[in-house]
Design a protein around this ligand. Sequence first.
Ligand SMILES: [Zn+2]
Length: 272
Amino acid sequence: MGLDHRVFRRGGLRFLAGLTAAGALLALPPTTVTSADVKAAPAPALAQAASRPPLAGKVIGIDPGHNGLNYTSPAFLNRKVWNGREWEGCDTTGTQTAGGYTEARFNWNVAVYLRADLIRMGARVMMTRTGNHGLGPCVDTRSRILNRAHANVSIDIHADYGPLSGRGFTVLEPVADGPNNKVIGSSRRFGRDVHAMMLRDTPFRISNYYGRNGYITRTDLAGLNLTTMPKVLIETGNMRNAADAALLVSPKVQRAVAAALATAIARFLAGH
Ligand SMILES: [Zn+2]
């Protein structure tokens, strides 16, 4: 997202049927504890505490920005939605690298790796879209999907379209506007965890062109204006910069970004 709102039209309108149904809530089945296990355990309460996964009982929201077929329908993207402060477009196509690797694909891949990490950590995960071959949903709907899931914390995943020489990540944070009033402080705390883990566990550095010290507040995004749970948006890197782009398209780096976000989520929910 960010500076680029160009519409990449590649296939006409043939793929309009790809509208996704969003909101699949995924969870691992609870661990089965047999009576034999209980009897064998010398200290059942301690044993249970030790084996309890770190995110058990938590619901995490993931919003992978844009969607793979958004470029097929400018009319859909131009539909106006209320973002809590003003009317804005339903969504954009997102950006892409010079080599044609789309931001929608990057966002989706990181989201899938992150979902797997979070489920391994015991969480249930709500996603705002179910694949990368659909259209939408609009940004206000994405926010509502996560709000209705009563997620404990959520992350919006993006990559930016900045100046050619620009590199690095920025954490976008909400500003109080009514619906999000109760989650401004908690979103700031979560943002610090995301910032710290991006620096520690990924090759991306603090943005040299956007925000200040890797942070910026935004008042014009439905995802931040309408949220009722702690949430930030990460602009992971600059798809327009060759060095950042080489990182962004790498599955290994995508997994590292997902792992950093999972660690940040766990740290935030543990109250560090
Ligand atoms: Zn984006």
